[in-house]
Design a protein around this ligand. Structure first.
Ligand code: NAD
Length: 272
């Protein structure tokens, strides 16, 4: 007998991906659907992109719906979960992915920039995790779907451990996500809810376009990456599917660094 559970490991499960109309979230939504999940694609702006992600899923005979909500707004988050549970009868997987940067040197950073990044990147993950957990607990375990009651995956960053000068709001938010994730994992494990984190390194998405504008900038970036390539959203998506599936049952409170070895820096020199 194989130790692997299923060819489509998420068959019949229902997943919500926040910020899924772009970058990593879009790739994650498509990969979850390919693994058999129905996917709600959350977006804030850019409805057309959200529709396109949903369409790409439907073309491959997957199921998807889109929902506009600001993850930092409690009432919008509650409505999003109500709609999802209303349509699909529940939720099995939450991917807390939505995030943004508003960079400035400390002396120039406004309170508004600080609050904005903390409220989307950290408070947004708290609000969605709380809502998902309420639904997980109401429903209990469904053995045909998964041996867990629910799975939450928190998108963090290598900057949850590497300080990032000029980005104090972002680094603080991701450090917070790391502790949010571990504390929830500890609190919810006895309910058979698994909570894990993924910390991407440099992945090609709109969030860091400016840092990859010129060949010189890309070269500078590659000096930080032992694996000598910038990551693709699909690198993250594959890890998410595994962490959401029963293949990773017994893993909770862990952070998977999907970063081509970036967190092995310093003590590394790609030039030599
Ligand atoms: P992206 O800009 O393509 O995606 C971010 C998504 O979040 C977008 O869809 C955006 O609309 C959405 N979003 C922003 N504010 C929102 C809000 N208030 N409510 C709902 N959605 C909102 O960038 P990405 O790189 O795909 O980022 C996805 C996640 O990965 C983020 O949490 C980011 O911090 C993290 N991350 C990215 C990298 C990288 O190199 N790309 C590295 C480390 C971590």
């Amino acid at each position: 007998m194989s130790i692997f559970h299923k060819a489509r490991p998420l068959q019949g499960q229902r997943a919500l991906v926040t910020g899924a109309n772009s970058g990593i979230g879009a790739a994650v939504a498509e990969a979850l659907a390919e693994a058999g999940a129905k996917v709600m694609i959350n977006y804030l702006e850019g409805r057309d992109n959200a529709e396109q992600v949903a369409e790409r899923i439907r073309v491959k005979e997957g199921q998807a719906m889109i929902f506009q909500a600001d993850v930092s707004q409690e009432n919008q988050v509650e409505s999003m979960f109500d709609v999802m549970v209303g349509y699909w009868g529940g939720i099995d997987i939450l991917i807390n992915n939505a995030g943004l940067q508003q960079d400035a040197a400390l002396v120039d950073m406004t309170l508004e920039q600080w609050n904005k990044v903390i409220s989307v990147n950290l408070t947004g993950q708290f609000l969605c995790a709380r809502e998902a957990t309420r639904h997980f607990l109401q429903r209990g375990i469904v053995p045909e779907l998964s041996c867990s009651v629910g799975k939450i995956i928190c998108m963090s960053s290598v900057h949850d451990v590497i300080p990032w000068a000029g980005h104090v709001n972002y680094a603080a938010s991701k450090g917070g996500v790391s502790m949010l994730m571990k504390t929830l994992a500890q609190e919810l494990a006895r309910h058979k809810i698994r909570v894990n984190g993924i910390s991407p390194g440099a992945i090609k998405t709109p969030i860091n376009l400016e840092a990859r504008d010129t060949p010189e900038e890309v070269e500078a970036l590659l000096k930080l990456i032992p694996y000598t390539r910038v990551g693709e959203p699909e690198d993250i998506a594959r890890a998410v599917v595994w962490l959401a599936s029963d293949e990773s049952d017994y893993i909770t409170g862990a952070t998977l660094y999907v970063d081509g070895g970036m967190t092995l820096y310093p003590g590394f020199d790609n030039v030599g």
